[in-house]
Design a protein around this ligand. Structure first.
Ligand SMILES: Nc1ncnc2c1ncn2[C@@H]1O[C@H](COP(=O)(O)OP(=O)(O)OP(=O)(O)O)[C@@H](O)[C@H]1O
Ligand SMILES: [Mg+2]
Length: 473
């Protein structure tokens, strides 16, 4: 996004002003969008982020103050400047109250206009620099698009670098959202086949009856619906890498056939007796416990042992919380670029919240939460408020207690118990800081103290044990 010209939305019912000011601003490095009425301007403000809006005060129907009001309500980061031929103190005051940064009287003094455009540009640059300083740190620690500062990931990156040139088959395991897809690509990109094809098959997305022909190809007329002869994905990946994602979903019947191809390097298209030779590196990934699947008879043990000669296990995000700030910086950077919001980062309170959440969905979940928060944020920083809305559930940092087995039709919990629980979780989230907890709960600090008293929680202490935050009553 660096180098992109900031957008100026210019609103006036006089074509002359639009022309003159527009030309000047373009020369000063802005992209200019013009509107000849307030209504049209408000629609633009709702649709996109303008760095600066310059609006005429008096226009028929929807006037300049209404436009300022719309900016305040929908895009408060935008700079706003009111222009008018009838300068009067009251309107100026009203405009400033509505968030206008400046007031230009007509005819426009170009010296002042130049100053104004300069200071808007400076402000945008300042925000960009802040944002890129943080994300530069994150970027330097990247490996093939993966961020991982802590020892667990650094070790994994090192392993990938060392293994990639030598291995033909790798099994990548880890919980959902830990980055198995990225690791598979990293292995390919770091290996000797980086310039050859990388073909992905998502085993959970292939219709069972079509699996064999998808993977190994088919001859025309081999079965009903086989209207043409075509190679399968193994042949498509010949000389390169085939990524079998969600390998745990591979139908049992295909498992034996896959094993044979891995062992002999030969396959038969469906309906053909001719053996074809393929030279394919295979990376398989799964979030299932394949060992348990083997024990349960769902996955062939011979295939499992063929695949797991080299196994790369991705740690869950909860096992590498030290990476959270770096992932956060990078995801906020990405989202703010995409959404064209000049977000600078997260507040320390929000950072604490992110570092202690449960993250069952791992990095994917962290990314989604931050993306939602970026949409909601209207200042330079993401705060706890946006996170409270976008974090899916209250997940304490301590290992979750097993779900209680509930008898059917349990009586509803007592309100006081629910309230006590909720408050305790807020305190955990806020690392024991009562002011922050009150804010999260939408209470004043005094109201929180009153409730703590009433619920007999006022002696609540927080302490850290094994890195996890515990709240004890
Ligand atoms: N180390 C990382 N740095 C930056 N982004 C990451 C990292 N790991 C994962 N991601 C991002 O998180 C998301 C989930 O990653 P990915 O799809 O690779 O997970 P997965 O382990 O394959 O999950 P699943 O088992 O659900 O398929 C992706 O958007 C990916 O870009
Ligand atoms: Mg995946």
């Amino acid at each position: 996004m660096t180098g992109q010209r900031p957008l100026l939305l210019l609103v006036d019912d006089e074509q002359g002003t639009l022309d003159v000011v527009g030309r000047f601003a373009r020369r000063a490095g802005f992209d200019v969008l013009t509107c000849s009425g307030g209504r049209e301007a408000i629609a633009q403000i709702e649709a996109r982020h303008a760095a600066l809006v310059m609006v005429d005060l008096r226009m028929p129907e929807v006037g300049g103050l209404d436009v300022l009001r719309a900016i305040r309500d929908t895009d408060p980061r935008c700079h706003a400047v009111l222009m008018t031929g009838f300068a009067c103190v009251e309107t100026a005051v009203e405009a400033v109250k509505l968030g206008a940064m400046d007031y230009l009287s007509k005819p426009i003094d170009f010296g002042r206009l130049d100053q104004l455009l300069g200071s808007v540009r400076e402000d945008i640059e300042r925000r960009r620099t802040l944002l890129s300083m943080e994300s530069d740190v994150a970027r330097r620690l990247e490996f093939c698009g993966m961020i991982g500062r802590g020892p667990a990931m650094q070790e994994l990156f090192d392993l990938i670098r060392r293994l990639a040139p030598h291995v033909r088959t790798v099994l990548v395991t880890g919980e959902t959202g830990t980055g198995k897809g990225l690791v598979a690509r990293a292995l390919h990109k770091t290996g000797r086949r980086r310039d050859r094809r990388f073909v992905t098959v998502n085993c959970s997305a292939v219709v069972e009856t079509l699996f064999e022909s998808e993977l190994f190809g088919q001859m025309r007329g081999a079965f009903t619906g086989a209207t043409e002869t075509k190679p399968g994905l193994f042949e498509a990946a010949d000389g390169g890498t085939l990524f079998l994602d969600e390998i745990g979903e591979l139908p049992h019947g295909i498992q034996a056939k896959l094993l044979r191809v891995l062992e002999t390097g030969e396959l038969h298209r469906v309906g053909s007796l001719e053996a074809r030779h393929v030279d394919v590196h295979v990376i398989a990934a799964t979030n299932r416990d394949l060992r348990a699947d083997v024990a349960a008879g769902r996955f062939r043990s011979d295939l499992y042992y063929r695949l797991n000669v080299v196994e790369l296990r991705l740690p869950a995000l909860g096992e590498r919380r030290e990476d959270i700030p770096y992932l956060t910086a990078a995801f906020v950077r990405d989202a703010s670029e995409r959404l064209q919001k000049p977000l600078v980062g997260v507040t320390p309170g929000a950072e604490r919240l992110l570092s202690s959440a449960g993250w069952e969905g791992n990095i994917r979940e962290l990314r989604n939460v931050l993306e939602r928060a970026c949409i909601l944020a209207d200042g330079d920083f993401i705060t706890e408020r946006e996170l409270m809305v976008s974090l899916p559930v209250w997940t304490p940092a301590a290992p979750a207690a097993p779900e209680p087995v509930r008898a059917p039709r349990v009586p509803p919990e007592r309100l006081a118990d629910v309230e006590r629980d909720h408050i305790q979780r807020a305190l955990e989230r806020a690392s024991g800081n009562k002011k922050a907890a009150a804010k999260m709960l939408g209470l004043s600090r005094r109201a929180l103290y009153r409730r703590l008293e009433r619920l007999d929680l006022s002696n609540t202490i927080t302490r850290r044990a094994n890195g996890a935050l515990l709240v004890e009553a």
